[in-house]
Design a protein around this ligand. Structure first.
Ligand SMILES: *[C@@H]1O[C@H](CO)[C@@H](O)[C@H](O)[C@H]1NC(C)=O
Ligand SMILES: CC(=O)N[C@H]1CO[C@H](CO)[C@@H](O)[C@@H]1O
Ligand SMILES: CC(=O)N[C@H]1CO[C@H](CO)[C@@H](O)[C@@H]1O
Length: 693
């Protein structure tokens, strides 16, 4: 250290000892000390000296109640002293930036950064002086400090000092001086990172707001939201070069503040979104990815807060912000919305809200204009559409009229989705409508006074038209399944003609659209299963449909498939809980036909490979025999069962039969079952008695 500095520090130490001795008023001594420091023009030396001065004199500052207080000395002196010297130090600090040749800017900034706390310490000291009450802070301290901050016109100093002010003084002071503090913001250099400063201020204030219930009225009284909102608008206007991401981050901070401090004020939330729309509208479509991220944060915040999309749906500016997103981000946001609904199990219960919701997620519902279709990832697409499908189940109202409106609204939107989306979105819509049908089927009579009440008939008509759209996709297998679901529901509503129409359409699809043999097998079993459960058909309609079903079963491509479908048809003629449908003879005809097909399959296999065919088919048919035998179908006799068992036994022992462990096991357990029934005795035991295994 230079001789000069050593001397200066010695003088300062002397001064501080002098104050302690109370021989002269502290004020006078401090004054002299500061005067002495003023003589030092070298910035860094000056800074150090002043910092040292602040340190040694801190506990000697005249403060209210301090032991150095004299009549003549007021808190004002102390404040004045610190403020003065804050000003001087700041000037020196700023001057450093322009000092010395040949120094690179970054290096200087680095040095300055290291020294900044020497300047900031003054503000800290001010905040520690007990006598600095709100009144004094408001009237004197803050305006003077801000004046210095604004006038120094130094980017680094302005950013650092604003932040310092916010951090060192108490929250209630900020709240009560918001206008003054915020008023300085638009006057700062355009390059100052004001958004960080403001967001820290809002962070502090919102922490303060939630710290106790008592302070909220204070926020309302000083109109904190309006002031912050206003200041942010001014800053954005003043800093014309601020990138859009900066402006949006400011709105994100303001929104965070609003959601924390005034969660009940949706109008405030909407106002922030509206301001953001205004900013976004001034520029072409958002392309900056960081700005996009901020917009997503902005839109996600209300969802996270309210955990309830229904609230967000009431914000008129919400969809307008979304419109400014690029298509990809729009989709991401739509997914966030759906996830929020799923997470909270939120029920969207009016057609009006459904309309708004679908407008919000339209990026998932249809191809947006000009969207790049080709680069669509298959997996992502599926996930998106599955989400939409899940969403459809969350749209629900107990009131059937409103529910029908919801269904019509959803239908209107998903119909615009095009062939790739329909197979995902039509089924949930159909099941949602069928749920309504089930609900109406238990209500009796028409709803009085309604012009056009929701009736099952009307809904079936709508369903008919909806499922039809799958044919153009084409997705005939899906359409067939859905027609059958509708037929069953129509059955439960006692609407025979409707059920018959749906069946007719299912058969038409089967004949004309389903060509793949595996798909045919699945389809025919679905048809048989559904038809078996339907009770509404009169004899004639039923005959027509069962006739078709057995006919198509016998015409399947592969023998084993034929055989299984034909024996399944036996159930169409014998329905346990329907007295009208117990035609033992036709059951037997089906089973015999199945046996002939199994036989033919066996022979074909022998010719082709010199080995056995599927013996297991015989075992399966045997099980059908046993079923109807037990159900009391007199056409199925013990002797017929006996001969079938013998046939299978000889087939299995035949030399050409290759070992099929599964068939063997199946047969063995079937035989065990028969023995078990015999041993158990009773009526069933007697019935089984003549059969030997
Ligand atoms: C469905 O619509 C078609 C005409 O597109 C019609 O032929 C058929 O009868 C309708 N089905 C029902 C169940 O209304
Ligand atoms: C250098 C400097 O600003 N000195 C001031 C320190 O405080 C006294 C008392 O308020 C002023 O009179 C000095 O001008
Ligand atoms: C399941 C669940 O989290 N439900 C919440 C959804 O949001 C509403 C509104 O905020 C809450 O009331 C529910 O408890």
């Amino acid at each position: 250290m230079s001789l000069f500095n050593t001397l200066a520090i010695f003088c300062l130490d002397l001064g501080s000892v002098y104050i302690k001795s109370k021989e002269a008023p502290a004020k006078e001594v401090l004054k002299d000390l500061v005067e002495m420091c003023r003589g030092v023009q070298h910035p860094i030396r000056g800074l150090f000296l002043r910092s040292y001065l602040a340190q040694v004199s801190r506990d000697k500052l005249p403060d209210i109640g301090s032991e150095y207080e004299r009549d003549a000395e007021t808190v004002m002196d102390a404040v004045e002293f610190v403020l003065q010297n804050f000003t001087e130090m700041n000037k020196l600090w700023v001057r450093m930036q322009h000092q010395g040749p040949g120094r690179v800017r970054e290096k200087r900034e680095k040095e300055r950064n290291e020294l900044r706390d020497l300047v900031g310490k003054n503000l800290h000291v001010l905040s520690q002086i007990e006598g600095v009450d709100l009144e004094m802070y408001k009237e004197n301290v803050l305006p003077r400090v801000l004046e210095q901050v604004v006038n120094c016109k130094d980017e680094l100093a302005q950013y650092y000092l604003m932040d310092c002010i916010i951090q060192v003084f108490p929250d209630e002071y900020h709240l009560q001086t918001l206008e003054t503090l915020l008023g300085a913001c638009p006057q700062l250099q355009p390059t100052v990172d004001i958004k960080t400063v403001l967001s820290r201020l809002m962070d502090r204030l919102s922490n303060y707001a939630v710290s106790s219930a008592d302070v909220l009225p204070e926020f309302l009284q000083v109109e904190a939201f309006a002031k912050l909102s206003n200041a942010i608008g001014k800053v954005i206007d003043a800093q014309v070069d601020m990138p859009i991401v900066g402006a949006i981050s400011l709105y994100v901070s303001l929104l965070t503040f609003t959601l924390r401090v005034h969660p009940d004020r949706l109008d405030y939330v909407d106002q922030v979104l509206g301001a953001c729309v205004k900013k976004l509208s001034s520029a072409p479509k958002l392309e900056d990815s960081r700005a996009t991220k901020q917009v997503v944060a902005l839109l996600s915040a209300p969802l996270d807060k309210y955990n309830d999309i229904v609230t967000a749906l009431t914000l008129s500016n919400y969809p307008r912000v979304m419109d400014h997103l690029d298509d990809g981000t729009n989709k991401v946001m739509a997914m966030v919305i759906i996830q929020s609904i799923m997470k909270n199990s939120t029920c969207i219960s009016t057609a009006e809200k459904v309309e708004v919701l679908f407008e919000l997620i339209k990026g998932l519902i249809k191809d947006l204009d000009g969207a790049a279709q080709d680069e669509l990832d298959e997996e992502d697409f599926k996930e998106e559409q599955n989400s939409v499908a899940r969403l459809i189940h969350m749209l629900y109202n107990d009131d059937s009229e409103e529910m029908l409106k919801i269904i019509c609204t959803v239908r209107k939107h998903i119909m615009t989705g095009g062939p790739k989306r329909l197979p995902f979105t039509v089924p949930p819509l159909v099941f949602s409508a069928l749920r309504l049908v089930r609900q109406l089927q238990n209500q009796d009579g028409d709803v009085a006074g309604e012009e056009e009440p929701a009736t099952p008939k009307k809904i079936f008509q709508l369903l008919n038209q909806t499922i039809e759209t799958l044919l153009s996709v084409p997705s005939p297998e899906m359409a067939l399944r859905l027609y059958l679901q509708c037929a069953e529901a129509a059955n439960d509503c006692d609407l025979e003609p409707v059920a018959y129409e749906f069946f007719t359409q299912a058969f038409m699809l089967y004949e004309e659209e389903i060509a793949d043999s595996k798909a045919q097998v699945t389809a025919i079993h679905l048809i048989i299963g559904t038809l078996q459960r339907i009770s509404v058909f009169g004899v004639e309609n039923r005959d027509t449909l069962t006739h078709k079903a057995t006919g198509y079963s016998a015409r399947l491509l592969k023998k084993p498939d034929q055989c299984r479908a034909v024996y399944a048809c036996s159930h169409l003629f014998w329905v346990d809980d329907q007295d009208g449908i117990k035609d033992g003879e036709r059951v037997l005809l089906c089973l015999k036909r199945a046996l002939r097909i199994a036989n033919a399959a066996q022979q074909m296999a022998n010719v082709a490979r010199g080995s056995s065919g599927p013996v297991v088919l015989f075992v399966e048919i045997l099980n059908k025999y046993l079923y109807f035998f037990e159900k009391g179908n007199t056409q199925i006799t013990a002797s017929a069962i006996q001969s079938l068992i013998e046939l299978i036994t000889s087939e299995m022992q035949s030399e050409s039969t290759t070992l099929d462990p599964a068939a063997n096991a199946f047969f063995a357990s079937t035989k065990r079952y028969i023995e078990f029934q015999k041993k158990k005795g009773g009526a069933m035991g007697e019935k089984y008695d003549p059969i030997n295994v």
